[in-house]
Design a protein around this ligand. Structure first.
Ligand code: HEM
Length: 191
């Protein structure tokens, strides 16, 4: 039996998994701790999808016999799945303020998060051939600078959470962020 290629299932699996998780949390009860757990879950799914998309080309260069090629072929859809996953992060954030905190948005910092979401959606909506043609060299600029901004956001968030909470995922995903840069530098030197 032929396995379904990654590019076929990465978006539906992301949507279904994060929707089911949201429904499961809603079933348990939407208090602040539960909603924060869900927000953390969605940042985990987001960083994994981002890591796959952001390293696909580099790993394809570094690994023998292009074993990473299916991931490279699926890269745009993985990027869109990342944007979807981070939309669930946003839904979690809205639920945190609207449901758990009764609509009190007093301590909400709008600007940095909104700017990064703008980058995420700009990248997701231009992940297609028509946009590549239309934007020309600006497409590459957007996706290069955007990727670095997202990498920075994850790195700062996870490394920052080590001293705040120090959960296993904070160490693991901080290490993943560092590894991503190492992989990209190694591939850049090999090309
Ligand atoms: C409007 C913007 C955003 C808000 C208000 C927000 C809010 C939150 C909240 C409330 C948490 C849970 C904190 C906790 O209970 O420990 C969280 C976790 C996190 N967020 Fe966001 N977030 C935003 C955007 C982003 C963006 C754009 C990224 C990355 C690209 C990101 C990455 C993370 C990470 C890495 C965590 C840590 C997860 C963990 O502790 O395992 N967030 N965020």
């Amino acid at each position: 039996m032929m396995a379904l290629p990654l590019r076929t299932w990465v978006i539906p699996v992301t949507v279904v998994t994060l929707t089911l998780a949201a429904l499961a949390y809603a079933g348990i009860g939407l208090d602040e701790d539960r909603i924060r757990e869900y927000i953390r879950l969605t940042s985990g799914s987001s960083v994994l999808l981002f890591a796959l998309a952001w390293s696909a080309s580099s790993l394809n260069t570094l690994l023998p016999e292009s074993r990473w090629r299916p991931v490279l072929r699926a890269r745009r859809r993985i990027g869109i799945a990342f944007a979807i996953s981070h939309t669930f992060h946003l839904i979690g954030i809205i639920a945190l303020y609207e449901i758990a905190r009764g609509g009190d948005w007093g301590d909400f910092e709008f600007l940095p998060g909104a700017a990064i979401y703008a980058v995420i959606y700009a990248m997701a909506f231009t992940s297609n051939d028509a946009s590549v043609r239309l934007l020309g060299r600006n497409w590459k600029r957007l996706h290069t600078v955007g990727g670095l901004i997202l990498w920075g956001a994850f790195t700062v968030s996870y490394i920052g959470k080590i001293s705040e909470y120090g959960f296993a995922q904070h160490y693991l995903f901080s290490a993943l962020c560092v590894a991503l840069v190492v992989v990209r530098i190694m591939a850049w030197r090999k090309r």
